[in-house]
Each structure stands twice: as C-alpha cells, then as structure tokens.
Ligand binder design. Structure first.
Ligand SMILES: Nc1ncnc2c1ncn2[C@@H]1O[C@H](COP(=O)(O)OP(=O)(O)O)[C@@H](O)[C@H]1O
Ligand SMILES: [Mg+2]
Length: 289
C-alpha cells in the first residue's frame, strides 16, 4: 500500500498536515494508508533534507500531495526521500512532463489549443516574441508560462486579441512576465485562443483525475466549485496514456462547436482539489496504487 506525503502546517504543532489538505489526509488515513508530512518551506528554501525530516525511515512507495513545486525542487525532494528509503511513485522526469506545458503538449496536440513557447528567465529582456506569435498561425492568443497564467488579469496580462498588433503583443506579454516575477516557470507560452462556452451557457471547466490511464474522479474546477460539467472523455484517453506520469489531471472545457478541449494538464499530486468535495474515491485509488 502506498503512503501519501502531505505538506505540513507551517504554523501548527510539528507534524500536523496543512489545513488546506486536512480533509484529504483524513480520507487517506480512512483508506488505510500511512500519512506523513514534508516541510514545503524548507524545500522551496533549498533544504530538501530538512524538508523530509519527519518522514519515517523506510516508508516505501509514496505519493506527494501538496503545493506546487518546481521540477528542480521535486528532483531534490525525490533524492532526499530515496536516501530515507521512500520512493515517489511519480519520478522527477514524469513530474516535469505532466506539470509543464512543453512536457505534456506533444501528447495532447489534437485535443488542446495550438501552442508555441520560448524559454525565458525572470529579469532578462524578452526576445523572440514576434517570431513566436507568427509561428502560431492565429489571430487571438493567450499568454502563460509553462505552468500558470494570470487569468484574473485577462485584458492586461493574458488575452491578446490580435498577435499581429506588435505593440499589444509585447505589452500584454511583458505585463504577464512582470506580474509572475520570480515565480515565472520556464518560459513564455502563446496559445491559440478558442471560443469556450461559459458556465452560465452550459459550458464550464471540469477537472478529471487520472490514475494509470483511468479516470478515477471527475470534479468541478476548484475556481468554480459549484459547477461541474460532465465532459466526454473519448478523445482524452489516448493522450493521457501517452504521458509517462501515473497520476495526472486534465482540465476540460466545452468549445462552442461542441468539442471538449483539454485546456490544461497537471501532475495530480499538485493539482488543487475543489472545496467541499469528498476526497475518498481518490484516496482509495492512491492508497491501492
Ligand atoms: N487557448 C485558450 N483559449 C481560450 N481561453 C483559454 C485558453 N487558454 C486558457 N483559457 C482560459 O484561461 C483560463 C486559464 O488558463 P490555464 O491554462 O488553465 O491557466 P492557469 O494555470 O492559470 O489555470 C482557462 O481556464 C480558460 O478559461
Ligand atoms: Mg487552469
């Protein structure tokens, strides 16, 4: 049986699971699996050995379930755990493949908006944007990094109505880069804009949780916990099975022409679970994996 490593509560007594993951941890214990904690602050500060201090030695196979970490942080976490006799069931290469768009995009091309990206580090001048936009072959686009967008600043830092409007392209992309600051993950991605149906008109976004190629749970998207569409998964099985990661999420949205599109893929270990939704089915599947 697999254990699950949650992020510890940074303020509570040592060893307590972060409030955000408390219900998930209870469900995992109820499924009969061991719960242990890792120190997310120590991990992001570069001290992986301290991060795993409270993981019992010889714990065996485990899932991580917590806040997002970078590919490098996950690699350090996996190494520190292996040194204690605990192996993550998603290896660092698989984590990166599921967590970052350039990793998952090639497997999902037929079910996700066309995308093009360039590597970029915070603090450096942004170059190559015009050629990137031209390579996309679209008029409207959205900008994000390898992991996150600034969707709540839609008009100023996300949506680009016309990528041939060079001034607007650069303004929106550089506002996005500035707002992401040091959190900018990997680089800048441009994605062809597609016409998605809003929740009020019968569309909306659903999060599908896949384990070993099977959809174990379909939930609302955490941003819209009260609205849960029932997406058609027929076209998604193939792409999911092509990814090396065992536990992933796909966010599906209904396009105006009736097609269900994968707007985003994530590593299931760091995908947020919607509030007030029982974690039981997923906990059981993870424990048994
Ligand atoms: N190509 C696109 N066309 C239209 N809307 C999009 C597109 N990509 C993203 N969106 C909208 O922006 C939101 C955020 O995009 P997403 O890739 O999920 O970034 P984040 O990681 O910030 O959630 C999506 O939920 C969707 O509503
Ligand atoms: Mg999203």
């Amino acid at each position: 049986m697999a254990a699950v490593l949650f992020c510890a509560d940074p303020l509570g007594p040592p060893g307590r699971v972060d409030e955000h993951f408390k219900a998930d941890a209870t469900a995992v214990r109820e499924a009969g699996a061991t719960v242990a904690v890792i120190d997310h602050d120590a991990l992001t500060a570069g001290d992986a050995a301290r991060a795993v201090r409270r993981v019992p030695a010889g714990l065996g196979p485990a899932w991580y379930r917590g806040w997002m970490v970078t590919g490098a942080q996950y690699t350090a976490l996996a190494a520190a755990l292996t040194a204690k006799g605990c192996d993550l069931l998603t290896d660092p290469t698989a984590y990166r493949t599921a967590h970052e768009l350039p990793g998952w995009y090639p497997a999902f091309t037929e079910v996700t908006p066309a995308s093009a990206w360039l590597a970029h580090e915070p603090g450096h001048p942004l170059s190559g944007l015009d050629a990137l936009a031209a390579s996309l072959g679209t008029t409207s686009a959205i900008v994000k990094d390898y992991v996150k967008s600034r969707k709540h600043e839609w008009d100023t830092a996300c949506f680009i109505p016309d990528v041939t409007d060079t001034e607007a392209l650069h303004r929106v992309a550089s506002t996005f880069v500035r707002l992401r600051g040091e959190d900018l993950a990997g680089g800048v991605v441009l994605r062809a804009f597609e016409d998605f149906v809003p929740p009020a008109d019968g569309g909306g976004e659903a999060r599908v949780w896949w384990l070993d190629g099977e959809p174990v749970a379909v939930t609302a998207h955490p941003d819209t916990p009260g609205h849960q569409p029932e997406p058609d998964l027929t076209a998604v099985h193939g792409p999911v099975s092509r990814l090396p990661a065992r536990f992933i999420t796909t966010d599906l949205v209904l396009r105006a022409d009736g097609a269900w599109r994968v707007v985003e893929v994530g590593d299931g270990q760091v995908s947020d679970w919607p509030a007030r939704t029982g974690f039981g089915p997923l906990a059981g599947a993870l424990a048994a994996a």
